[in-house]
Design a protein around this ligand. Structure first.
Ligand code: MUC
Ligand code: MG
Length: 371
C-alpha cells in the first residue's frame, strides 16, 4: 500500500541514564534521542527515532546533525511524495543524500510505522514476518567499578531479568581490564554468558594478548577489539582464536559484511538499524551474513523504546545466534511512550498491534524535548 508523506517534524529529547555508563571512548550520563513524527495522507502518523552514543564519540553523526540532515535535506525530498515501500523510500533518500544513515534510519522507521498502521499489520510483517515473539536480551555492566558491576549482575540474575552480560573494557590498561572481566565472570558463575566490548580501543599487539587471556579465562565473545578500519586485523584475529569475534563498528552495511565474510572472517555481526539506515536496510546485512554462514547479533545504540522496538521488529524476522542487547530503555530514567516494553526471563517481548505497536506519550515528548 502506497503512503503519501505530508510533513515531518523532529525533536531532540534528552533523558538521563539510571547510572553513568562507561565505554572505552566516553561516559554517558544522558541519552539524546532524535524523534521524528511523519504525518501522512488519511491522517496516518508514523514515529521514528535515531540515537547515537556520546555525541560524536561513537559515530560520525551527532544528534544535532541528525536533526539538521532531516529538516534541511531529507524531509524536503520526501514531503508531498508517495512511496510504495522501503525500497522506494531508500532510493529517494540515497539518490540525493550520501551517508547519514542515522537520520535515514529514523525516517525509514517512521515510514514503516505509518505503512503498518495504514495496512493494519505489524512492522515485522512488512519485513518478512516475525519468527519469534520474544527475543533474548543481555545487559551491559558498565559502572566502571568491578564490585558495583558484580552487585548489579547478581541482582539482575536474582530478578531473572537477564542471564547474559556484556562488559565494557578498553579504557584502562590491559591487565586491569582482564582482572575486571575475569572477576565478574567468576562471581556470576559458569552458567552465565559473559562477553566484552572493547569499542576499538586496542592495537593488534594488545588484542592478541587480550584475546588469549580472555579465551583462557572463559569469556564467551570479544566485540570490536581493534579500530573499525582494520578489516584485515579483524579477519586475522577471528581465524587465530577459538573465542569468537563480534564485528560492530567495522560493519554498517551489507557491503562491509561482504568484504569481511569474503575475506575469511568467522564470528558474528552486530546489526544496528542506525548503522545501516533503517530496519529494512539492516536486514540486507543480516541476509548477506546468513548466506555467508556468519552468525547474527541484535545490536543497540542504546535507543529509547521507539528505536528499540523498531529494531526488534527487524530482529524478529531472522535467527539471532548470539541473541540481542535491546535493553536501551532500561538504561534510561524515563521514556516518551505510554507503555514500557516487557523484559523478563532474559527476554523482551515484541509489541503486537499495527505499525511499531507503541503509543507515544506526547506530554512526555514535550517535557523532555530540547527548547
Ligand atoms: C556498543 O558499542 O555496542 C551497546 C550496548 C552498550 O552498552 O553500548 C552499546 C554500544
Ligand atoms: Mg559494540
Amino acid at each position: 500500500m502506497s503512503i503519501t508523506i505530508e510533513s515531518i517534524a523532529c525533536w531532540l529529547v534528552d533523558i538521563p541514564t539510571i547510572r553513568p555508563h562507561k565505554l572505552s571512548m566516553t561516559t554517558m550520563g544522558c541519552q539524546t534521542l532524535t524523534i521524528v513524527r511523519m504525518s501522512c495522507a488519511q491522517g496516518v502518523v508514523g514515529w521514528g527515532e535515531a540515537t547515537t552514543i556520546g555525541g560524536l564519540s561513537y559515530g560520525a553523526e551527532s544528534p544535532e546533525a541528525i536533526k539538521s540532515a532531516i529538516e534541511t535535506y531529507l524531509a524536503p525530498l520526501l514531503c508531498g511524495k508517495t512511496f510504495s515501500g522501503t525500497a522506494a523510500l531508500a532510493q529517494a533518500m540515497n539518490g540525493s543524500v550520501k551517508g547519514n544513515t542515522f537520520a535515514k534510519s529514523a525516517l525509514e522507521t517512521a515510514f514503516l510505522d505509518a505503512q503498518g498502521k495504514a495496512l493494519g499489520v505489524p512492522v515485522s510483517a512488512l519485513l518478512g514476518g516475525a519468527i519469534c515473539e520474544r527475543l533474548p536480551v543481555l545487559w551491559t555492566l558498565a559502572s566502571g567499578d568491578t564490585e558495583k558491576d558484580i552487585d548489579e549482575g547478581k541482582r539482575l540474575l536474582a530478578e531473572g531479568r537477564h542471564n547474559a552480560f556484556k562488559l565494557k573494557i578498553g579504557a584502562r590498561e590491559l591487565a586491569t581490564d582482564i582482572r575486571h572481566a575475569l572477576a565478574i565472570g567468576a562471581a556470576l558463575g559458569d552458567d552465565v554468558s559473559i562477553r566484552v566490548d572493547v569499542n576499538q580501543a586496542w592495537d593488534m599487539t594488545t588484542a592478541i594478548k587480550g584475546m588469549h587471556q580472555l579465551q583462557e579465562g572463559g569469556i564467551d565473545l570479544v566485540e570490536q577489539p581493534i579500530p573499525l578500519w582494520d578489516r584485515q586485523g579483524l579477519i586475522t584475529l577471528s581465524q587465530r582464536f577459538a573465542i569468537p569475534i563480534l564485528a560492530d563498528e567495522a560493519i554498517s552495511t551489507s557491503h562491509d559484511g561482504y568484504a569481511l565474510a569474503s575475506g575469511g572472517f568467522t564470528g558474528a555481526f552486530a546489526l544496528k538499524i542506525a548503522k545501516a539506515g533503517g530496519p529494512a536496510q539492516a536486514l540486507k546485512l543480516a541476509h548477506m551474513a546468513q548466506a555467508a554462514g556468519v552468525a547474527l547479533y541484535g545490536g543497540t545504540m542504546l535507543e529509547g523504546t521507539l528505536g528499540t522496538v523498531a529494531s526488534l521488529h527487524a530482529w524478529s524476522t531472522v535467527r539471532m545466534q548470539w541473541g540481542t542487547e535491546m535493553f536501551g530503555p532500561l538504561l534510561l530514567k524515563d521514556d516518551i511512550v505510554a507503555r514500557p516494553l516487557t523484559f523478563s526471563d532474559g527476554q523482551v517481548t515484541l509489541p503486537s498491534g499495527p505499525g511499531l505497536g507503541i503509543e507515544i506519550d506526547t506530554d512526555k515528548l514535550r517535557h523532555y524535548a530540547r527548547q
